[in-house]
Design a protein around this ligand. Structure first.
Ligand code: ZN
Ligand code: ZN
Length: 135
């Protein structure tokens, strides 16, 4: 699968290739800050298949957390595009920044422990209080 996308103003662009390791909607409290309140729709792409092709994303990681994620966003328009978690070899791509968001098919709802009453989960979607247990 090949994904292309970028920020709202077009200054930063990326290409992501590979089989998504996860496609999901995340209901966690942190994502609510980033999305505007809704669950965050994302695809986890293997690190090796992801690269920025235009511009330089600004990086941010909280200094008050022991294992913060690194968030990447456009320094001009502020669009948050990607997140790099520690200890998981994936780039988390926000579906709203894809040129064609229809490439996304949600397979799971995660961190439903933080779900708000106004969040929707499609019928039949696998749900997890936190992360799916791998095994
Ligand atoms: Zn921008
Ligand atoms: Zn989240």
């Amino acid at each position: 699968m090949k994904l292309e996308g970028g920020c709202y103003c077009g200054q930063v662009r990326y290409v992501a290739e590979g089989d998504p390791m996860m496609q999901a909607q995340c209901h966690c409290r942190e994502c609510q800050y980033i999305t505007g309140g809704a669950p965050n729709m994302f695809m986890a792409i293997p690190v090796a298949g992801f690269k920025f092709t235009k511009g330089t994303a600004k990086q941010f990681a909280r200094k008050d957390l022991e294992h913060p994620v690194t968030r990447e966003f456009c320094p001009e328009c502020g669009t948050h595009m990607t997140t790099r978690p520690q200890g998981f070899p994936a780039v988390i791509v926000k579906v709203g920044t894809l040129d064609d968001p229809k490439q996304f098919t949600p397979k799971a709802a995660i961190y439903t422990i933080d779900k708000q009453a106004f969040h929707q989960i499609p019928d039949g979607l696998a749900t997890f209080e936190r992360l799916p247990v791998r095994g």
